[in-house]
Design a protein around this ligand. Sequence first.
Ligand code: ADE
Length: 220
Amino acid sequence: MRIDILTLFEDMFTGFLNESIIKRAIDKKLVEVNIINFRKYSSDPHQKVDDTPYGGGAGMVLMIEPIYNAIMDLKKEDTKIILLTPDGKTYNQNMAKDFTKYKHLIIICGHYEGFDDRIRSLVDFEVSIGDYILTGGEIPAMAVSDSIIRLIDGVINKESLKDESFNNNLLDYPTYTKPRQFKGMEVPEVLLSGNHQQIEEYRRQEQLKKTSQKRKDLLN
Ligand code: ADE
């Protein structure tokens, strides 16, 4: 899979691409991630990418032209384009799974006070990572691409993905490690029993209990 991220703030991605699981996935060539500053696609002599809003109002608005030019340059037959915007569809694990089906994604980070609304006509998906406003689409782009990359075959082991939260609309079961007792808090006895069938049943029950306590909406 290839992910092209269109941004004005490339340096924000340095840590994201150079640490841990994402770095390993890139090194193993399981994914290619390109951070592209779309300023270079501006045809303005000063490489302008934003301007004042028609009708007046505060702030600067991202122009469509540099984004359009970038898409025309990068897009292939099977490319899907994601725009990150607080008024998009709220992102979830099922959407992450769906996005892993595509060979090539272009992710557009919005910034400043907003973007020319006509940019929406260029994209396949409008995605929000939650009902709050960030300074730009860079952190959402990292969140979305991280959640996709870790699902690509070979990036993390399948066993780890099996029981994690939001799979089958359930939250994950609780896990424990040494020490067995800590300031009066005990590890559940069943986990020390060595009885795998009982452990599996306990974990399943815990998943159901936790989900109905914390996220009843997932069970509906
Ligand atoms: N840009 C600013 N806030 C955002 C959000 N919550 N989701 C996606 N893009 C954004």
